[in-house]
Design a protein around this ligand. Structure first.
Ligand code: ADP
Length: 770
């Protein structure tokens, strides 16, 4: 199998990853899931107004017809899934639930006594769930994506379908898993040998990541609560968003605001701010315009470039803001081909330069799905999974031409689309088929003499820079949802980065997914409209490792243990060289697990990237002046106070001018906002105002230096103010010069003495964000 070296030592195909159970073939998901409520889905191929139809799966649709809609042949009919019959049994307060709670409590009391059979924690936790009748509906279903945006559709298959003989991959996996499950040890948790109790995980809202989560928990020998728990759990695993429920403690695998932040428009805006500040560093995101508001700008800019270079024959890709899985996407050659009528006015979109020269393998375009763990916002901690997935087109690639613009199987790499091509090949191994591991691609590139270390380090850099662009607004969301002093969970999140390698091997960011699909099975169409779930070896290999190792890194008990053994030392999981990863399972409960597949990249490479965190420091200023807990917008008084406290008004900038600046910018941003409930200045409007002030004050410098200088100045004045307040409280003399300001007693925004150039320091927020 693959064993590719890499710059950072990231690339190893861990064949030995443990899959602990056989998913087996099944005709419907085992047992009802609360989230799989009825969702009617319009499967019309034309429902995006793009006029591009997609061929039905197996219907000779190659090269066919395109654009992204959903559905296939008979399966393209509307899918409606009935709520699970036994749903009520899952609801708190039902007799079954009461029984379960009582059983849990008894079990917990037992756990407290001394030791718990760790193996038992891995057995089916809830007999009630296993016994629930399988929910089956005689409705046609459609294949679903295994790693695109979170799946909105649940489906059930007709009862009593004839069992087809297992396909070789499924059979092999079953045998593998059977062997593994027989040899799986049933370790015990003992006092004094690591944890005295297993970590508890609420998986009741795991949705489509449930299967992978269950396997991970079994491997970890942690305790799953599939229907939730009356007592608090250590970790809550949510399938969709932070707002899924009110959690007051523990850790949850979603950040507030992440879904909003990675929508195509918001992401494009956040990256554009960074492109304005650091054009060379942020050239990994295609030039993008937001529709409909920037349509004229788009037309004008394209015309200007064309006038300057008549040989330039660009292609653009139009993507609806809220779309996923290739939905509603189409390619155009001319700005006037954008469909302004109908859907676009009501459905904002991003139009982007199309990358015409992607790297091809076997003449096919492919993209990369990489998993990134945002472990904490403050301090910023980022991990990247050592392996990801590569999703292939199913029709040989040719550069866009008017004749092939609508060939979806040639231009769009979405699994959910290409699975409908008759040329789609289900992967039986990591390095073949239409979905492969990324490490297998790197191995292949390496064998051709390509410097894959450089590819990896470029990807790492892209990921860190993208997260740096997202964090400022995430902090604003965070302080709004979990204000300081109020109870709330700490957060972490797995993100799915979609990356395209260009022919020259430069990685380009396509999008970030807040809810990357963690499905480990794919559907196999037995006959039109009739599907069965079969395990997907490649998905399981990659995704179970990502979930399991995320949990290991977040392990609250280990963190506590490490902290008590080595106070002041950060917990780094198995990546910590001092962490005992081998030997006696009693002293190391993770001894049976493979090494961690997530590699820390930040703060590891902080020194190289901290200078980019200017907007982050602006966000700290913004948050400081927000005032009311829970708000995300700055009122006029807050803005005035900011100007006054930072001493930014002068004879050339009166407070009246400040008010006009506030009103002008705020009004414009609010007219563009999708959510117009809150009035006031949003962070992005504040950033624009800040740029304006910086340009006025520090003329002639490049923009990032103007901005850095103004931030320094603001932070300096605020630190003086804080010192003064401190001194008034303690009766001490305030520092008389900037040099006397002690950087270790920095204020909210962190504020060393002002300097004119450079900004390579971390800001310190008032409170830890996670
Ligand atoms: P969605 O969320 O609907 O999947 P994406 O932004 O991921 O939207 O785009 C879908 C597919 O379109 C990508 O997987 C990729 O194959 C292709 N694509 C997207 N943007 C570009 C681009 N700028 N250049 C070339 N191909 C692109």
């Amino acid at each position: 199998m693959v064993a590719a070296a890499s710059v950072t030592g990231l690339v190893t195909w861990a064949r030995s990853l443990v899959r602990s159970r056989c998913l087996g073939r099944r005709l419907s998901l085992s047992g009802p899931r609360p989230e799989e409520a009825t969702i009617p889905v319009n499967r019309s191929l034309n429902d995006h107004g793009n006029g591009l139809r997609r061929g039905a799966r197996g219907g000779g649709g190659d090269g066919g017809s395109l654009v992204a809609g959903r559905g296939s042949g008979a399966a393209a009919a509307a899918v409606a899934v009935a709520p699970a019959p036994a749903l009520s049994a899952m609801q708190r307060g039902s007799p079954e639930r009461e029984l379960e709670v009582a059983a849990e409590e008894a079990e917990e009391a037992e756990e407290e006594q001394l030791s718990v059979d760790a193996g038992a924690a891995g057995e089916p936790e809830s007999p009630a769930r296993e016994e629930q009748p399988k929910a089956v509906l005689p409705v046609p279903a459609r294949p679903r994506a295994a790693e695109e945006g979170d799946v909105h559709v649940a489906r059930r298959l007709p009862p009593a379908l004839p069992q087809a003989p297992p396909r070789p991959a499924a059979r092999a996996l079953c045998q593998l898993a059977k062997g593994r499950s027989r040899s799986r040890g049933r370790g015990r948790y003992r006092r004094g040998s690591g944890s005295s109790r297993p970590v508890t995980v609420d998986s009741s809202k795991a949705r489509t990541s449930l299967d992978a989560l269950k396997i991970s928990l079994r491997q970890l020998r942690w305790k799953e609560f599939p229907f939730g728990r009356r007592l608090p759990c250590d970790i809550y695993w949510h399938g969709v968003s932070f707002r899924d429920s009110d959690i007051l403690s523990g850790q949850v695998n979603k950040f507030p605001g992440m879904t909003e932040m990675v929508r195509k428009i918001t992401l494009s805006r956040a990256l554009r701010i960074m492109q304005n500040l650091f054009p060379d560093e942020y050239n990994f995101y295609p030039r993008s315009w937001i529709l409909p508001e920037e349509f004229q700008l788009f037309v004008t800019e394209v015309r200007m470039v064309k006038d300057g270079d008549p040989t330039w024959k660009p292609t653009f890709i139009v993507k609806p803001d809220s779309g996923c899985q290739g939905d509603g996407i189409y390619l155009i050659k001319d700005p006037n081909d954008i469909r302004m009528t109908g859907t676009l006015q009501n459905r904002p979109a991003v139009v982007q330069e199309y990358i015409c020269k992607p790297l091809l393998i076997d003449k096919l375009k492919f993209d990369i799905r990489l998993y990134v763990l945002l472990k904490s916002l403050e301090p910023l901690e980022i991990y990247i999974a050592k392996d990801g997935l590569s999703r292939f087109c199913t029709e040989p690639y040719h550069e866009p031409s008017p004749q092939n613009l609508h060939h979806v199987f040639m231009h769009l790499t979405n699994y959910s689309l290409n699975i409908h091509s008759s040329k789609f090949v289900h992967s039986d191994s990591a390095s073949t088929g239409s979905k492969r591991t990324f490490s297998s691609i790197l191995c292949r590139l390496s064998s051709k003499g390509i410097d894959i270390k450089k590819v990896w380090s470029d990807i790492i850099s892209l990921v860190i820079k993208t997260v740096i662009a997202l964090t400022p607004e995430l902090k604003v969301f965070y302080q709004s949802d979990i204000p300081t002093g109020r109870p709330g969970p700490t957060c972490f999140q797995i993100l799915g980065f979609d990356i395209l390698l260009m022919k020259n091997l430069k990685p380009m960011l396509l999008e970030v997914n807040a809810n990357p699909s963690m499905r480990i099975e794919h559907e196999y169409e037995l006959s039109p409209g009739v599907f069965e779930n079969i395990p997907s070896l490649v998905d399981e290999e990659v995704k179970v490792a990502v979930i399991r190792d995320t949990l290991r890194l977040m392990n609250p008990l280990k963190k506590k243990e490490m902290q008590s053994q080595h106070p002041g030392k950060p917990f780094a999981g198995k990546e910590d060289p001092d962490c005992d990863v081998t030997g006696d399972p009693d002293s190391n409960p993770e001894a049976h697990l493979p090494s961690i597949c997530l590699k820390q990249v930040f703060p590891k490479y902080a020194k190289q990237f901290n200078y980019l965190r200017l907007v982050d420091r602006m966000a700290n200023l913004f948050i400081r002046f927000l005032g009311i807990k829970g708000t995300m917008k700055l009122g006029p008084t807050g803005f005035r106070t900011f100007i006054r406290n930072c001493k930014l008004s002068s004879s050339s900038l009166s407070m009246a001018a400040v008010d006009i600046l506030y009103i002008d910018i705020t009004r414009r941003w609010n007219s563009m906002a999708l959510d117009q409930r809150d009035s006031g200045m949003c962070l992005q409007a504040f950033v624009e105002a800040f740029f304006f002030l910086a340009q006025r004050k520090f003329k002639l410098l490049p923009l990032h230096e103007q901005v850095a200088s103004l931030i320094d100045l603001c932070e300096y004045h605020l630190s003086l103010l804080d010192e003064k307040r401190l001194v008034c409280g303690r009766g001490r003399r305030p520092p008389s010069s900037p040099q006397e300001t002690n950087p270790t007693t920095q204020s909210a925004a962190g504020s060393p003495a002002p300097r004119i150039i450079g900004a390579n320091k971390l800001s310190h927020s008032r409170h830890a964000l996670s």
